[in-house]
Design a protein around this ligand. Structure first.
Ligand SMILES: *[C@@H]1O[C@H](CO)[C@@H](O)[C@H](O)[C@H]1NC(C)=O
Ligand SMILES: *[C@@H]1O[C@H](CO)[C@@H](O)[C@H](O)[C@H]1NC(C)=O
Ligand SMILES: *[C@@H]1O[C@H](CO)[C@@H](O)[C@H](O)[C@H]1NC(C)=O
Ligand SMILES: *[C@@H]1O[C@H](CO)[C@@H](O)[C@H](O)[C@H]1NC(C)=O
Length: 249
């Protein structure tokens, strides 16, 4: 490394949290949670998004500790494999799948399924946990396979899944609803939810607004289309990151 990079390392430590860089396809775990209809969750997506399948993503993969992060608005095709806790093990005869849009963050905790960090996975061995908003008006009530006669209950709680990054348009159920997609400008006070973010494309993904990055959440914008609409300090951070990457290469 160049001397400049060494000199800037303390700054880099200040501005970069250890976010989990995840591939576009892989295994994960799935839980579910209650999201009231019309609720504006961490991504600041429009209330209309709750009319379609949505999920929260575990914090270190979500990419922000406050407000919105780079995973906001992305769509994933998730397929159920098997429940993590089932005795005897349960392998459904059909593979259920659904395309969800990430509209919320599942906060990092010491234990629990959203606790994965770059240092290690959650208790089921996964680095990502999707928390499905369920029940939902857009998801059948029998979405989760079960065998009540054998187990005495229908809700296994935690599932092993595969996930696959897909474009929201046309794959998400809400793809034809501009408001639900998050492509309307007038969201009022709130953050953002890109309509159809392309991974790695800074012009349509949410920046990581995070106290861990030393960047306060910017609630003055209602669109992610303008990257870093914020203050002088956010530009300074960008310049530092740029200098460091230049110095490293
Ligand atoms: C989602 O995954 C299932 C298989 O698990 C596949 O049949 C389906 O075509 C996929 N849908 C999309 C939009 O990728
Ligand atoms: C869930 O998936 C993980 C990772 O693939 C695997 O280690 C674990 O055995 C699976 N759990 C069950 C109950 O099959
Ligand atoms: C997450 O919690 C489990 C216990 O539920 C623990 O075994 C595991 O080490 C934790 N993972 C991290 C990265 O802290
Ligand atoms: C990046 O995003 C912009 C705005 O949505 C889009 O026009 C452009 O095609 C995207 N580029 C790539 C390489 O996906």
């Amino acid at each position: 490394m160049q001397p400049l990079a060494w000199a800037l390392l303390p700054f880099l430590a200040l501005v970069s949290a250890q976010w989990i860089e995840y591939p576009d396809f892989g295994v994960a775990t799935l839980t579910h949670y209650t999201l009231p209809s019309g609720f504006v969750a961490a991504c600041g997506c429009t209330p209309a998004s709750t009319g379609f399948p949505t999920a929260a993503l575990s914090q270190m993969a979500y990419g922000s500790s406050t407000a919105y992060g780079p995973s906001c608005g992305r769509c994933f095709n998730i397929s159920l494999m098997n429940p993590v806790y089932a005795t005897p093990p349960f392998y459904p005869s059909v593979t259920k799948y659904i395309v969800v849009k990430v509209t919320d963050m599942c906060p990092l905790s010491k234990t629990g399924l959203c606790n994965a960090t770059t240092a290690g996975p959650n208790s089921a061995g996964a680095f990502l946990n999707f928390d499905l908003a369920y029940p939902s008006s857009s998801i059948p009530n029998d979405f989760f396979p079960s065998d009540e006669a054998l187990y005495g209950y229908t809700d296994f709680g935690v599932w092993n899944i595969t996930y696959d990054s897909v474009p929201c348009i046309p794959n998400w159920q809400g793809a034809n609803d501009a408001a639900a997609l998050g492509s309307v400008k007038a969201l009022g006070v709130g953050a953002c939810c890109p309509a159809d973010p392309t991974p790695g494309n800074v012009s349509n993904i949410c920046p990581s607004f995070s106290d861990q990055n030393g960047i306060p959440p910017d609630t003055s914008t209602n669109s992610c289309v303008t990257f870093y609409p914020g203050s002088y300090s956010t530009y300074l951070v960008l310049i530092i990151i740029g200098l460091v990457s230049l110095a490293i290469v």
